[in-house]
Ligand binder design. Structure first.
Ligand code: NAD
Length: 250
């Protein structure tokens, strides 16, 4: 149902973004990939998905502008690129704060401001932001991430209201812990910050808050993103959907 539509998924060389890109491609969309990784792996993904890849660094405004210029007009915009840093606030490196706010929040503002004119002109568009359970609740030692994710939830609601009469919806998806490199890579820092073993971090920190005691799979997030692109979802806008095994129900 997405044939003839072009979808840009930021941070789509890995994890959730890659699953979303694959799912949109399966529905017929022309996909533009973004993100970093080994050249050969990215080349293989481009072949698999018949996709274009733009490797722009979205921590800078110029990088986002380069991405949007190379991607061309997009009908589906998925703001997904994100990074994490785990540290007590007094030790939190200010440059990490700036990077996380830039990538996890400001990049979504810049992609949206550049994508919206085309969407408005054609009277159809879908903006989907990968937020997080941390857009609704906090955890210690993740000050920048939690602030950025609360921010992107607010940005998404604002976009929804501004664009409501233009056939453009804006929604957030808020996963709990999804088994991706982003989660795996934060285990060592969490071990240090909390003085725990790897097992303790997995069971007592990550899955402790997730009542189902299961990691969310990237494909589950992708399935919701696809649904939000459907015409049946035209009145779903400004929503922030949890896929967190019950985490934020508590
Ligand atoms: P991931 O680390 O597997 O993938 C991140 C992607 O972003 C990669 O493609 C990477 O190359 C790209 N990226 C990183 N820095 C970039 C930059 N400066 N410019 C452009 N691209 C960049 O992560 P993931 O777990 O798939 O996370 C994707 C999104 O989902 C993030 O916004 C994350 O905050 C959110 N999220 C993840 C989880 C989880 O448990 N994994 C939970 C909730 C929300």
């Amino acid at each position: 149902f997405l044939s003839g539509k072009r979808a840009l998924v930021t941070g789509s060389t890995s994890g959730i973004g890659l699953a979303i890109a694959r799912a949109l491609h399966a529905e017929g969309a022309e996909v533009v990939l973004n993100g970093f990784g080994p050249e050969a792996e990215i080349a293989a993904l481009c072949v698999e998905l018949g996709a274009q890849h733009v490797g722009a660094d979205l921590t800078t405004t110029v990088g986002v502008e380069e991405l949007m210029a190379k991607a061309g007009p997009v009908d589906v915009l998925v703001n997904n690129a994100g990074m994490q840093h785990v540290s007590p606030v007094e030790d939190f490196p200010p440059e990490k704060w700036d990077m996380i706010i830039a990538l996890n929040l400001s990049a979504a503002f810049h992609t949206a401001r550049l994508a919206v004119p085309h969407m408005k002109a054609q009277g159809w568009g879908r903006i989907i932001c990968t937020a997080s359970a941390h857009s609704k609740a906090a955890s210690p030692f993740k000050s920048a991430y939690v602030a950025a994710k609360h921010g992107i939830a607010g940005l998404t609601k604002t976009l929804a209201l501004e664009l409501a009469e233009h056939g453009i919806t804006a929604n957030a998806i808020s996963p709990g812990y999804v088994w991706t490199p982003l989660v795996e890579n934060q285990i060592p820092d969490t071990m240090a910050a909390r003085n725990m073993t790897r097992e303790q971090v997995m069971n007592d920190v990550l899955l402790a808050g997730q009542p189902t005691k299961k990691f969310v799979q990237p494909e589950e997030v992708a399935a919701l993103a696809v649904f939000l692109c459907r015409n049946e979802a035209q009145n779903i806008t400004g929503a922030n959907y949890s896929i967190d095994g019950g985490w934020t129900a508590k």
